[in-house]
Ligand binder design. Structure first.
Ligand code: HEM
Length: 129
């Protein structure tokens, strides 16, 4: 996985299938690991739609096709998260869940440092209490 100045994170991670896998592994961990119970309980019982929306979002956010925007409009993430109580504990569970998914895909090196920092920023921004 090389990640140079000319690569999008989307390409560096390996394209569509790998991005879909990242979204799926993220929700697998959330669903199966009790360490993520608090955030799991904020989500619907059936995670099918969540998986799809997150994949579409990540596709554009990582520099690939902006599927979420094309299909659903502007993500307005902070507004969409406003109904859910998100503080430090929820943010940290979310980030740990994402770290587990990135580990599964063996995302390492510069790409990993870049993504860890960017996820940290958005997750911080999502806190509303
Ligand atoms: C910080 C802790 C976070 C918590 C507790 C959280 C929780 C949730 C919940 C409960 C939903 C609604 C369920 C659903 O529609 O699937 C949701 C939706 C979503 N979240 Fe998060 N989230 C967090 C951070 C993030 C971050 C950092 C991102 C992006 C990098 C993100 C992206 C999304 C997307 C794209 C949706 C679907 C929006 C929609 O179309 O309804 N979330 N999140």
């Amino acid at each position: 996985m090389s990640f140079g100045p000319d690569d999008t994170p989307y390409d560096a991670i390996g394209g569509e299938e790998r991005v879909r896998r990242l979204a799926d592994r993220f929700y697998d961990h959330m669903d199966l690991d009790d360490a993520f119970k608090i955030i799991r309980e904020l989500h619907p019982d059936d995670l099918g739609e969540s998986r799809e929306k997150f994949f579409e979002f990540l596709s554009g956010w990582l520099g690939g096709p902006p599927l979420y925007m094309q299909r659903r409009g502007h993500p307005r993430l902070r507004m969409r998260h406003a109904p859910f109580p998100i503080g430090d504990v929820e943010r940290d569970q979310w980030l740990a869940c994402m770290a587990a998914a990135l580990d599964d895909l063996e995302v390492a090196g510069e790409l990993r440092s870049f993504l860890d920092a960017r996820f940290q920023q958005v997750a911080d921004f999502m806190r509303n209490r």
